[in-house]
Design a protein around this ligand. Structure first.
Ligand SMILES: Cc1cc2nc3c(=O)[nH]c(=O)nc-3n(C[C@H](O)[C@H](O)[C@H](O)COP(=O)(O)OP(=O)(O)OC[C@H]3O[C@@H](n4cnc5c(N)ncnc54)[C@H](O)[C@@H]3O)c2cc1C
Length: 393
């Protein structure tokens, strides 16, 4: 049994930032990822846009997310593998402020930042179960080349996107619309044309497919249906160079937390005592055969994310970051964008590290100390928006 302070399952946008944050705080940190590459939806599954670092509707269109997410973006930019738009420019569409990255370079820079921070990496190894004693998780079981292995930690973080780790523990959750309907997933593919420059554009985003992300059988059927769709497009003359290894999911479980983010607070831009960072995107519920249901945030307030929505209500040492945090469906469709998931990872892991250092339950971590630490580490906490300075990168 190998022992850590923090074990993070899932190395997507949230898990990557969580692991770097925990390890930099001196935690013995393990990161378990079922693919052999970090980055999740951003890299492996071909959705190469990161939204959104600024809120264009507040004065000066200020940056509202920075920290490890921005450090990663700047490292890619300096190597020529990220396009950062001018966030001071006035534009109409929200996605005009998207950062675009090359997924191959993005995974390599993630490897660099994770190894530099001293994270113990378990690539190509899925978390398959947990053991539980009362309201505590006592170990996570992972599948390795030499069979099943048990890892132990003080705090476990579910960054699997779909909330698989929490589900193994039988934690309570909501999923989809509550009646078995989920937003469709998309199998991204890359056309066989040479791309100018170094930034690979997003894979195609047209192929919507029904998928219940809580059911392996449903996922199997949606993989088959997506491949068929892409095959038909090839038969009709589309040249396709590569396809992502799996359908990218928009919606999975939303694990019950000590609080639940709701759409009223989201649009009001409510700042709670435990609001630890800002988030920004529109409510964006995709549907299979109909346009997405969209509701824009177009005012001078910025929504926030609470620490308590990232702490399980059922298990004292389970935290969530990324798409699976505690939220209603509308809010979840907005907060799932990648810059927000990255900020969640950093904030949740920083709270975990402070709790372990101070030997307190993460529910009792000092919020002042947490905000101060995030601020010192370069993250943006509510009230401290920053002007985007183009020359700085
Ligand atoms: C088609 C599509 C287009 C999108 N477009 C945009 C966009 O333009 N801009 C934007 O900002 N956002 C976009 N999003 C949303 C965004 O990409 C995701 O919500 C976000 O990447 C989720 O991050 P995450 O870290 O929570 O999960 P993920 O990126 O899904 O990472 C989860 C990780 O956990 C791993 N994992 C899962 N289960 C296990 C297990 N049992 N053991 C170990 N590892 C496990 C996975 O392999 C994965 O690496 C899009 C999403 C989709 C599906």
């Amino acid at each position: 049994m190998e022992e850590y302070d923090v074990i993070i399952c899932g190395a997507g946008s949230a898990g990557f930032c969580a692991a770097v944050a925990a390890a930099r705080m001196g935690m013995r940190t393990a990161l378990v990822e079922k693919y052999h590459t970090p980055g999740g939806t951003l890299t492996v599954l071909g959705s190469c846009s990161i939204d959104q670092f600024n809120n264009p509707y507040i004065k000066d269109r200020k940056m509202i997310i920075a920290g490890i997410a921005w450090e990663f973006t700047l490292r890619l930019f300096r190597e020529g593998y990220a396009h950062i738009p001018d966030m001071n420019a006035e534009r109409k569409a929200h996605d005009q402020y998207s950062v675009k990255v090359n997924p191959v370079a993005a995974a390599k820079i993630m490897d660099d930042m994770l190894t530099e921070s001293g994270v113990h990496l378990y690539y190509g190894q899925s978390a398959v179960d947990v053991t539980v004693a009362g309201h505590t998780i006592t170990s996570v079981l992972i599948s390795t080349k030499s069979g099943l292995k048990s890892l132990k930690a003080k705090i476990y973080m579910d960054c699997t996107g779909d909330g698989d780790l929490a589900a193994f523990a039988d934690a309570s959750f909501d999923a989809g619309d509550g009646n078995g309907v989920f937003q469709p997933g998309t199998l991204r593919f890359y056309p066989a044309v040479s791309m100018p420059g170094r930034i690979l554009s997003d894979g195609d985003n047209k192929n919507h497919v029904t998928m219940d992300t809580t059911s392996s059988d449903s996922i199997t059927q949606s993989e088959i249906a997506s491949r068929k769709m892409i095959y038909e497009q090839m038969k009709q003359g589309e040249s396709i160079m590569a396809v992502a290894p799996a359908v990218a999911a928009r919606e999975g479980r939303r694990i019950a937390g000590l609080s639940r983010l709701n759409v009223e607070d989201y649009f009001a831009g409510t700042v709670f005592e435990d609001s630890v960072f800002y988030t920004y995107w529109f409510v964006d519920i995709h549907r299979e055969n109909a346009p997405a249901q969209i509701r824009y945030v177009t005012h001078d307030r910025t929504p926030t994310i609470r620490l308590s929505a990232m702490i399980s209500k059922d298990f004292s040492n389970l935290m969530m970051a990324g798409r699976c945090i505690s939220s209603d469906r509308e809010t979840n469709s907005a907060i799932r964008v990648k810059a927000s998931c990255m900020a969640m990872g950093e904030a949740a892991a920083t709270a975990a590290a402070l709790a372990i250092r101070e030997q307190v339950d993460v529910r009792h971590v000092s919020l002042d100390q947490l905000k101060q630490t995030l601020d010192q580490n370069g993250a943006i906490i509510p009230g401290k928006e920053r002007v985007f300075v183009r020359e700085s990168h």
